[in-house]
Design a protein around this ligand. Structure first.
Ligand code: ATP
Length: 249
C-alpha cells in the first residue's frame, strides 16, 4: 500500500476534565477524501487544530509526507504542504480577492507576522495567486472587495488561498457550512477533482457531501474514533447508527 500523506498517531488532548481527543489515530492516503464526522462537541475542531498546528497535543504525533511535524508551527506546516480551510473565515474582508490570494501565497494567512515571507518575487506571488483564483473559478472577481463576495464565493476563495502554497494534503473544517444546495454541489464537484492533487481530510456535517465524496469515514464521538470504514461500512455500523447517524443513514 502507498504511504500515507498525513499520519496522526495517538493524539490526546484534555481541557481540564474534558477529554477532547482520546488517543486518536488516523491517516490520509494519496488521492482520497477521508471524512471526519461526529456530533457537536465530539472534538473534530480540536483535532483539526492539533493537526494544523494551532493547538499543541498533550501526547501523540503528526507526520506529513513521512516527516514528524508535531513540534512545528502552523505556518511551517503550511509551507511543508499542509493546506487548511477554516470553519470561521480567515479572509481579510477589506482587501480584494486577488490581495487575499497573494497573502495566501506569502503564507501570511498562516502567520501573524506578515514580514515572515519566503523568497518569491512579486510576479511569482501574483502568478500563483491568479492561477489559484482561476482554479476555483474566481478570476473574474480578482479585483472585487472580498466583503462583496457571496458566502459561497468566500468559501471558494478560502480554497484558492490554501491552493497558493501548493499543498500536498488538505484539512478542511466544514467547507459546506452555510452554502445552499447549488453551492454545495459546486464545491462537492470541485473537491472531487482536487483530491487527485492533494488528499483531503474533510470535517463536514453535510451528509450528502460526505456520502458523495468520502473514500473512508471516521466517526468521532466524545473524543474517540468509534469506527473507520467505507461509506457502506459506516452506514451499516450499529454503533455509529446509535451514536450519530440515526435515521439519517
Ligand atoms: N479551548 C477550550 N477550552 C476548554 N474546552 C474546550 C476548548 N476547545 C474545545 N473544548 C471542549 O472540547 C470538546 C470538543 O470541542 P470541539 O469544538 O473540538 O468539538 P467539535 O466536534 O468540533 O464540535 P462542532 O461540531 O460543534 O464544531 C467540547 O466539549 C468543547 O467544549
Amino acid at each position: 500500500m502507498t504511504d500515507p500523506v498525513l499520519e496522526v498517531r495517538g493524539i490526546t488532548k484534555s481541557f481540564g476534565a474534558v477529554h477532547a481527543s482520546k488517543n486518536i489515530t488516523l491517516d490520509l492516503r494519496p488521492g482520497e477524501i477521508h471524512a471526519l464526522i461526529g456530533p457537536n462537541g465530539a472534538g473534530k475542531s480540536t483535532l483539526i487544530k492539533q493537526i494544523s498546528g494551532s493547538l499543541r497535543p498533550d501526547a501523540g504525533s503528526v507526520r506529513l509526507n513521512g516527516e514528524d511535524v508535531t513540534a512545528l508551527s502552523t505556518p511551517l506546516r503550511a509551507r511543508k504542504g499542509l493546506g487548511r480551510t477554516f470553519q470561521i473565515s480567515a479572509l481579510a474582508m477589506e482587501d480584494s480577492v486577488l490581495q487575499n490570494a497573494v497573502l495566501g501565497a506569502l503564507g501570511a494567512h498562516a502567520s501573524p507576522f506578515r514580514f515572515f515571507t519566503k523568497a518569491l518575487s512579486q510576479k511569482d506571488l501574483r502568478d500563483r495567486a491568479e492561477q489559484a483564483l482561476d482554479r476555483v473559478g474566481l478570476s473574474a472577481h480578482a479585483d472585487t472587495r472580498t466583503s462583496e463576495l457571496s458566502h459561497g464565493q468566500r468559501r471558494q476563495l478560502e480554497v484558492a488561498v490554501a491552493l497558493t502554497l501548493s499543498p500536498t494534503a488538505f484539512v478542511m473544517d466544514e467547507p459546506m457550512a452555510g452554502l445552499g444546495a447549488e453551492g454545495s454541489q459546486t464545491l462537492t464537484a470541485f473537491l472531487d477533482t482536487l483530491r487527485h492533487e492533494a488528499p483531503i481530510l474533510l470535517v463536514e456535517h453535510d451528509m450528502d457531501a460526505v456520502f458523495a465524496l468520502a473514500d473512508r469515514i471516521s466517526v468521532l464521538v466524545y473524543g474517540e474514533i468509534i469506527a473507520t470504514g467505507t461509506v457502506d461500512d459506516i452506514r451499516q455500523n450499529p454503533k455509529v447508527r446509535e451514536a450519530y447517524l440515526g435515521e439519517e443513514a
